[in-house]
Design a protein around this ligand. Structure first.
Ligand code: AR6
Length: 231
């Protein structure tokens, strides 16, 4: 067991209590603690300047729709700080919509250090990408490419050169990548969300009718791609 497992500073996502029976489905003996888990950041709400209140509605709707079709997988929304406005908004709305907290939780921490920083086993993580699937830039994209090393860059290029808003691309993470070796991440799914930042390509200029539609498509594409790997 990793050393940090008893560290109180590493909050566990709701619904996953170490050493307890929480998450065990009595009916069929299904172990929720072992369920395939996707960790994902809030797409478009930082550099792409998408309204957080609207984005949180879209996330909860996309999660609820996905859970109505797919069973026995877990989703975790991740953001860097426990003071994250996105995490608070989504927690409130998920609870209002009665989304199952065994299957959907939030986690404050670095998505590139889920295992070494939080003891979480997530073999699939999502990235808020740019249309050229290029490393760097900033935000979670820079963090994931930096943690993934050259191996992730090469593996990404093997899958695609570009990506369009509202879609996602599955990249198997090579064993040589530190993200795989250190964190146990075997897939990164790059997602391109809608952009409201005039200084970035394809700005939607505050068209939130289109924006919410594209954001919903981005999450459905992500979740469906995750299911195609996990199940
Ligand atoms: N771990 C978890 N969450 C993070 C991390 C991290 N290490 N770093 C940032 N976040 P953003 P976007 C959160 O800006 O708005 C890039 O340059 C952050 O707090 O990364 O979709 C790309 O190349 C926020 O909640 O993505 C694109 O050009 C969320 O991740 C552009 O930014 C997404 O913020 C995409 O912009």
């Amino acid at each position: 067991a990793p050393k940090h497992e008893n560290n109180e500073n590493n909050p566990r996502p709701m619904g996953i209590e170490k050493g307890s029976e929480v998450g065990k489905d009595e009916q069929n003996d299904f172990q929720w603690n072992d369920a395939p888990t996707l960790a994902f950041p809030s797409i478009s709400t930082s550099d792409f300047q998408f309204n957080m209140d609207k984005a949180s509605d879209v996330i909860v709707e996309a999660v609820a729709d996905f859970f109505s079709k797919v069973d026995k997988v877990k989703l975790i929304l991740v953001d860097l700080s426990s003071k994250s406005k996105m995490l608070s908004l989504v927690k409130v709305k998920a609870s209002e919509k009665n989304v199952d907290t065994t299957r959907f939780s939030t986690y404050a921490g670095d998505i590139t250090r889920l295992y070494t920083g939080g003891g979480l086993h997530c073999n699939v993580i999502a990235n808020a990408s740019n249309w050229r699937l290029k490393p760097g830039g900033g935000g979670v994209n820079a963090a994931i490419f930096s943690a993934g090393g050259e191996a992730l860059e090469i593996a990404t290029k093997e899958q695609a050169d570009t990506i369009s808003p509202g879609s996602s691309i599955i990249v198997p993470v090579p064993r040589t990548s530190p993200l795989n070796q250190r964190e146990g991440v075997t897939y990164v799914i790059h997602v391109l969300g809608p952009n409201m930042n005039p200084q970035r390509p394809n700005c939607l200029k505050d068209d939130y009718v289109k924006g919410c539609k594209v954001l919903y498509e981005a999450y459905s594409s992500l979740f469906n791609n995750f299911a195609s790997i996990a199940l």
